[in-house]
Design a protein around this ligand. Structure first.
Ligand SMILES: NC(=O)C1=CN([C@@H]2O[C@H](COP(=O)(O)OP(=O)(O)OC[C@H]3O[C@@H](n4cnc5c(N)ncnc54)[C@H](O)[C@@H]3O)[C@@H](O)[C@H]2O)C=CC1
Ligand SMILES: O=C([O-])CC(=O)C(=O)O
Length: 308
């Protein structure tokens, strides 16, 4: 199993590290435009192999896509991150050009690959990858919901004063400060609805803290987060590489599912060896549907800024 990660910055390197530590891939190719940067990150990571006990070979490349040839899965993290006070949508001007070039180069060398898009604004960059590459919809996946759901579980555990392993929850919708839709109604602690343990007001606080999870970290760090994003990407990669058939919320091209069309937005999907094996169309309440529709309107407005 060969995996390419483009962008050897904070998220790309973290993602490569988690993939290697999980030890399911034979090779990870890290690519960056900055001369020597990916090679340096790859060498540093390879020097953790004996310490962390993995056999995955990590190779670096400065913009040489021939090294990525025949990758089974390619992850795009190249692009600029936001600074405190910015929205993800403000990154479109620079990141659209990068994602367009990178996705075309990747597919040229790996026509059968599955693409995972991480660069922001992620839902719009995933849509752009569709328009650029023309890959079938099961082979283009945007990562956002898996991360947002991990943050939702973190906030739920905090409110419940419970271990994170005891809670479950999912966030759908756009990967944006306003557009996320944490499904509080379905959140559970060991199969028991969380409303049995905390008030609706506390749950509303959890929902709002989840939606601004990325902005909160950006305020603290001065740039956006990388550990949980890297771990979330590695989870999607592993589900595909190991044909796990696990459900994750991912940004996917919708063609009528959830009453939405011609955009990529986060909904639950089954991930396996074919990428998106199935879009899971769960029954939402009227209010949840309305929130998802409003979120979709936001994503479509950002898509409208693309020069296609
Ligand atoms: N979807 C999500 O959940 C998340 C998305 N992000 C996004 O991921 C992106 C990367 O974030 P970080 O890793 O923190 O940024 P970073 O600045 O640490 O790394 C980005 C890397 O991309 C490289 N790069 C730029 N143009 C390139 C090109 N044409 N080809 C190859 N490499 C190129 C840069 O040299 C840099 O090393 C940002 O757009 C950020 O907003 C970050 C966290 C979560
Ligand atoms: O907040 C950001 O800009 C990066 C990101 O998407 C996240 O961490 O959720």
């Amino acid at each position: 199993m060969k995996i390419t990660v483009v962008g050897a910055g904070a998220v790309g390197a973290s993602c490569a590290e988690y993939i290697a530590i999980k030890n399911f891939a034979s090779e990870v190719v890290l690519v960056d435009i900055k001369e020597g940067f990916a090679e340096g990150k790859a060498m540093d990571l390879m020097q953790t192999a004996s310490l962390n006990g993995f056999d995955t070979r990590i190779v670096g490349s400065t913009s040489d896509y021939s090294k990525t040839a025949n990758s089974d899965i390619c992850v795009i993290t190249s692009g600029i991150p936001r600074k405190p006070g910015m929205t993800r949508e403000e990154l479109i001007g620079i990141n659209a050009g990068i994602v367009k070039d990178v996705s075309a180069s990747l597919v040229k060398h790996s026509p059968n690959t599955i693409l995972i898009v991480v660069s922001n604004p992620m839902d719009t960059m995933t849509y752009l990858a569709h328009k650029t590459t023309g890959l079938p919809k099961n082979r283009i996946i945007g990562m956002g919901g898996a991360l947002d759901s991990a943050r939702f579980k973190y906030r739920l555990a905090e409110a419940l004063e419970a271990p994170i392993s005891d809670v479950d929850g999912m966030v759908i919708g756009g990967h944006s400060d306003k557009g996320m839709v944490p499904l509080t109604r379905l959140a559970t602690r060991n199969s028991v609805p969380v409303t049995e343990f905390i008030s609706q007001d506390r749950l509303d606080e959890v929902r709002e803290a989840t939606k601004v999870g990325g902005a909160t970290l950006t305020g603290l760090l001065g740039t956006s987060a990388w550990y949980a994003p890297g771990a979330a990407v590695s989870g999607l990669v592993q589900a595909i590489a190991c044909d796990q058939k696990k459900i994750f919320p991912c940004s996917v091209l919708l063609e009528g599912e959830y009453g939405l069309n011609d955009l990529c937005i986060g909904v639950p999907v089954v991930l396996g060896k074919n990428g998106i094996e199935k879009i899971v169309d769960i029954k939402l309440t009227e209010a949840e549907r309305t929130h998802l529709k409003e979120s979709a309107e936001g994503v479509s407005a950002t898509n409208g800024l693309l020069e296609l």
